[in-house]
Design a protein around this ligand. Sequence first.
Ligand SMILES: NC(=O)c1ccc[n+]([C@@H]2O[C@H](COP(=O)([O-])OP(=O)(O)OC[C@H]3O[C@@H](n4cnc5c(N)ncnc54)[C@H](O)[C@@H]3O)[C@@H](O)[C@H]2O)c1
Length: 316
Amino acid sequence: MTMPTMKDLRGAVAVVTGGAGGIGRAMGRRFGQEGMKVVLADVLAEPLDEATRALTAEGIEAIGVVTDVTDYSSVESLAEQALDRFGAVHVVCNNAGTGAVSEGYMWEHDLADWRWGIDVNVLGVIHGIKAFVPILLDQGEGHVVNTCSGNGGFAPIARGAMGGPATAVYPMTKAAVLCLTESLYTHLEMTGTGVRAHVLFPGGFLNTGIWESWRHRPDQYAPTQERRTPDQTLARVVDRFESAGVHVEFTPLETVADLVVEGIGKDTFWMMGPPAPSDEVVSKKAASILARGEPDYLVDVLGKHAGRSADNEGEK
Ligand SMILES: NC(=O)c1ccc[n+]([C@@H]2O[C@H](COP(=O)([O-])OP(=O)(O)OC[C@H]3O[C@@H](n4cnc5c(N)ncnc54)[C@H](O)[C@@H]3O)[C@@H](O)[C@H]2O)c1
């Protein structure tokens, strides 16, 4: 038997990692519009300052805390600063993430790419859980929202926008985020607390910094191999989609933020939009497992099946 969940967000406190840009910034703004106090956390100091100021200019009570989610002491300090400033934390969004930077087949990926992806996308979430959940448990209520992705959360996108193999790093980390959140859900349930776990699947084509994460690659994860192909850019990905006849329309980030607020209100574990093409992957994956069949649900980023067909570009 669990405790009732939070219904009124007004006056409550939200902490959002990766809050300087993209989805995190949109969530922070949306929380502020609900009357929440907002703590934006990000490793990039300048965009964080800019994002925090933008919220404050809208009349939202917000602070920015420079935080590196790969470093537990930094996340602990984030929790302390949130408590010092606002006295409580009710919603924690473990959202900071880094995107596809690796090239080639997975056995060719730079080990530094693996370490960076795992440290931010997986360890960062673990750090958020470890630093914040005890605070929420003490209060007896609260929400943890972990940002996942259909890419990995459901199945890896096997082939990238440029036709070659897609990164194996990113989907692996997002599969871990789903698994971590499922465990968190169960562990919270076992304590009988009102603290709830949610997993967020931002849907659609989103214009965020994740496509070009390499621009802010920290020195500690500097590449150890020479690059053979250009770094990914959003412009090139869009070109590729358009030339494959797929019109790119960006989903407003507010839509993702709305999903989070709605999911908290309705207490939904799966924070997902309306039925999407990716739902088909989920059905096909379940059928494949139950039939002990081939993993025929694996698709490329353009939605085509990535099986062994003669016309698959880059297939060796
Ligand atoms: N954009 C998409 O299409 C999409 C789809 C599904 C899931 N996601 C997920 O959404 C989340 C937010 O990404 P986004 O798309 O808004 O991209 P983004 O690059 O705009 O935002 C990610 C933020 O995380 C921050 N960050 C990176 N490393 C950090 C670290 N060590 N410590 C603290 N902050 C760090 C970045 O500085 C950046 O501000 C990510 O977890 C991403 O995997 C994005």
